[in-house]
Design a protein around this ligand. Structure first.
Ligand SMILES: C[C@H](O)[C@H](O)[C@H]1CNC2=NC(N)=NC(=O)C2=N1
Length: 101
């Protein structure tokens, strides 16, 4: 079982995660990605889905046209863990490869 990060540890981790912030009213982190078009947004989701499945750690997300809203939390512990930070990093890397931050 992975450990739930403290408020301070979450803040420290977020310093290094471009675009991610704490969700109000819930222990989770969130980022809205805006791509060039639907094709890129869905390409991002397809790549991120492979990472999620491989790590058995899955995002909450919503796609509208070229926008993907992502919320990450570790449901098993009711908070944010290293698994969320790692997935957030992977998502940033995928978005960067697609030319978006
Ligand atoms: C049984 C399985 O390993 C768990 O349900 C995994 C699956 N994916 C998950 N994803 C997320 N975001 N949080 C979890 O706690 C979680 N648990």
């Amino acid at each position: 079982m992975v450990e739930r990060l403290s408020a301070e540890a979450r803040k420290a981790a977020l310093w290094e995660l471009a675009g991610w912030s704490e969700l109000a009213g819930r222990e989770a982190i969130a980022k809205t990605f805006v791509f060039k078009d639907f094709n890129e947004a869905f390409g991002f989701m397809a790549r991120a889905a492979l990472v999620a499945e491989k790590n058995d750690h899955h995002p909450e997300w919503k796609n509208v046209y070229k926008t993907v809203e992502v919320v990450l939390a570790t449901h098993d512990v009711g908070g944010v863990t290293k698994r969320d930070i790692d997935l957030a990093k992977a998502m940033n890397a995928i978005a960067r490869q697609l030319g978006v931050n």
